[in-house]
Design a protein around this ligand. Structure first.
Ligand SMILES: [Ca+2]
Ligand SMILES: [Ca+2]
Length: 249
């Protein structure tokens, strides 16, 4: 009798643990594509808002340069940085600086909008493979935190202060890799892009997804979420294109 009770009880506990795992499922939806533009940049690998409305910074992993483009993909300014392997970019309004991420060097470079180097910061993050490094950067002006996503091995969201001292780290586990991140201040969300899984996730500030959207964009490597205009911008490294989607409700 006692043994039977124990078996029944352990079976009940097992069922309970299964219920726990499957609670609160993440929803999947498709994004509505509005427009696509060709870019005269081979391998755009990051995207950020800029000091001009409807203009964006992007970086090129082939030339190592930084570009200011408009919302039709036309180049407005070229900063000839000649970087090693630029994979992420973020414009910070409060100090009018452009921060770019060097993936293979595990480094962040701070530039003026004119292209002068102001600072360099080493990122103290784990290295397994040189090409599986930091791919995206975003800034939260309320907390004064930078967010950096590491592509894979390990797939992580790192939180840094403004001198790139690490504050927190969170594992990412909803996609095959992670290629870009944007902070959206109105609703206090992080949006994280995956190039291999071709998806975009709306996350909390720990990188936990609340909603996942299929982009069907191969090699999406740069992301801007524009709440004011209800748009999402994604650049594709492989085909050198700018995709504009409707921001879902
Ligand atoms: Ca790239
Ligand atoms: Ca990479």
């Amino acid at each position: 009798m006692v043994r039977k009770t124990i078996i029944l009880l352990s079976g009940f506990l097992f069922l309970l643990s299964c219920v726990e795992v499957h609670k609160d499922p993440v929803e999947y939806e498709s994004l509505i594509l509005l427009q696509v533009f060709d870019l005269d940049i081979e391998g755009p690998s990051g995207l950020s808002k800029s000091y001009l409305p409807d203009h964006f910074y992007t970086v090129c992993d082939k030339t190592g340069n930084v570009y200011l483009i408009n919302n039709k993909g036309e180049i407005f300014q070229t900063i000839e940085l000649g970087g090693d392997d630029l994979e992420g970019v973020e414009f910070v309004e409060e100090n009018l600086s452009v921060y770019v991420v060097e993936e293979r060097l595990r480094m962040v470079i701070r530039l003026t909008p004119g292209g002068s180097v102001l600072d360099t910061f080493h990122l103290d993050i784990p290295v397994q493979n040189l090409n599986d490094g930091p791919e995206g950067i975003a800034y939260n002006p309320d907390k004064k935190h930078f967010y950096i996503v590491n592509e894979k091995n390990p797939a992580m969201l790192f939180v840094f202060d403004t001198l790139f001292q690490m504050i927190n780290e969170y594992p990412l586990n909803f996609a095959k890799d992670y290629s870009s991140v944007d902070y959206e201040p109105v609703n206090n969300h992080l949006w994280i892009l995956s190039e291999e899984s071709k998806l975009l996730a709306r996350c909390n500030l720990k990188g936990e997804p609340e909603k996942i959207y299929q982009t069907n964009v191969p090699d999406g490597e740069g992301l801007v979420v524009d709440v004011g205009n209800e748009l999402i911008y994604i650049v594709c490294d492989d085909t050198s294109r700018l995709f504009i989607f409707k921001l879902p409700d």
